[in-house]
Design a binder for this molecule. Sequence first.
Ligand code: UDP
Length: 241
Amino acid sequence: SDVPLPYKRIILKLSGESFVPPGQRGIVMSEVVDIARQTIKAAKLGVEVGIVIGGGNILRGAQFKAGNNCIQEATAHYMGMLATVINGLALQDAIESLGFPTRLMTAIKMDGVAEPYIRRRASRHLEKGRIVIFAAGTGAPFVTTDTAAAQKSLELDCDILMKATRVDGIYSDDPETNPHAVLYHNLTYKEVRDKNLRVMDSTAIAHCMEHNLPILVFNFRTDGNIDRAVRGETIGTLVGA
Ligand code: UDP
C-alpha cells in the first residue's frame, strides 16, 4: 500500500480464548487457522509482528488459588506457562500451513520443542520478517501473559502493544454482564488505574505506564481487526499517557 504504516514493530497479545469458539476450552484448529490468517494479513502489510500467546483455553494458574491443597498455586502457574507452549506449537503450524515463516521461542528452555528466548536473536527474526511467537510467558509464576507481552514490547523496542480480546475494547464495566457499560475510545494509564478498569494485570499496566508504551485493546472476533489495528485505524480503546 502507499500509506505509510504507523508502526514498525508490534507485539500482538493473543489470549488462549482466540483458539476456541466462545465458551469452549481446548484447541479448535479451525479457530487457530483463522487467527493465523488474520495475523498473516497484518504481517504482510510490512509490520514486524511478535505474538505473545496465552494459555487460558487450557489452564490458568489462578484457578488453583487457596482451597486446593493438592496442587500448589505456583505449580499451577508453571502448568499455565506450559499450556502457552502447547498453544504456541499449534499457532506456529497454523501460520506455516498458510505459507508464512515463523519462529517459536520459549521463556522456559525446552530443547527439542522450540528455541530458547534470546533477545537479540528474537530481534533478528523479526527484522527478517518472521512472525515470532513467544511462549511460556515470562518464565516466572504469579503473573499472566499480559506481563510477558508488556515486557517483550519493551525489550524488543515495539511501538505498541496490541491486546486482542473478545470484546470491543475497554468498558466502564463488564459489557458481558452490564448492558449499560460504556466503551472508551481513549484512556490514560492513570484513568485505567484510578477507575480500576480490567485491562491487563496490574504488573503489565505498571510496565506500560512507566515506559509510555501505548496499548490498543480491540476485538479479535471482528474479522479484519488485526489488519485495521496495524494500519492505525481507530478501533477499540487506545491507552496512553
Ligand atoms: N503464567 C505465569 N507466568 C507468566 C505467564 C503466564 O505463571 O509469565 C501462567 C498463569 O498461571 C496464567 C497462565 O500461565 O494464568 C496462562 O496465561 P494467561 O492467563 O495469561 O492466558 P490468557 O488469559 O491470555 O489465555
